[in-house]
Design a protein around this ligand. Structure first.
Ligand SMILES: [Zn+2]
Length: 178
């Protein structure tokens, strides 16, 4: 887990994230969390992209197995359950608000973008809209910061402690037939 300031991502990291996403990884400012094997699981993206577009999602879940596990949870009505928990539990709501503020403070350290001031990620601070974004925040910040992201990770079939990485290297050129 890593919060700003980030070490610059290496070329190999950016190549891995590109392979994970299936599209060029752009405006990468660091790797916020990694698999036990060292492969990126959460990529940190600049709050203003090269073309000027504001980009609120500082922490983005890039790992295919993690993404699939959280998509599975989203498909099983878990977000409705978490939204109900937020509605019912004052302490949880306060903790989630604090997670929102912590996320914004992290992003402010890497750049201040007025168009997205006060806008964090995943539905924070009052709703649960994207478990991928909330889990990415939890993986970057570590346990205890984002209560909903923590719950989603505990429930997910994927764990950062168990490597499920594919070989992200581009396919080798097949040997010429003898
Ligand atoms: Zn791995």
């Amino acid at each position: 887990m890593t919060r700003p300031p980030f070490d610059p991502a290496t070329e190999a990291d950016v190549a891995t994230v590109t392979a994970q996403l299936g599209r060029p990884a752009r405006n990468v400012i660091g790797i916020a969390a990694r698999c036990v094997c060292g492969a990126p699981t959460v990529v940190a993206t600049a709050p203003r992209l090269e073309d000027g577009t504001p980009f609120p999602t500082l922490y983005y879940l890039s790992h295919p197995a993690a993404t699939a596990a959280l998509s599975f949870l989203e498909a099983t009505q878990v977000m409705n359950e978490y939204n109900q928990m937020l509605a019912d539990d004052d302490d949880l709501r306060a903790h989630y608000q604090a997670a929102h503020e912590s996320f914004l403070a992290d992003r402010e350290l890497v750049g201040s973008v007025p168009e997205i001031a006060g806008i964090s990620s995943g539905g924070m601070p009052v709703r649960v809209k994207c478990l991928h974004a909330l889990a990415a925040h939890s993986l970057a910040a570590g346990p205890g910061v984002n209560p909903i992201g923590d719950l989603a990770l505990l429930r997910a079939a994927w764990s950062p402690q168990v490597c499920e990485c594919l070989d992200y290297a581009p396919p080798a050129v097949p040997p010429a037939e003898a």
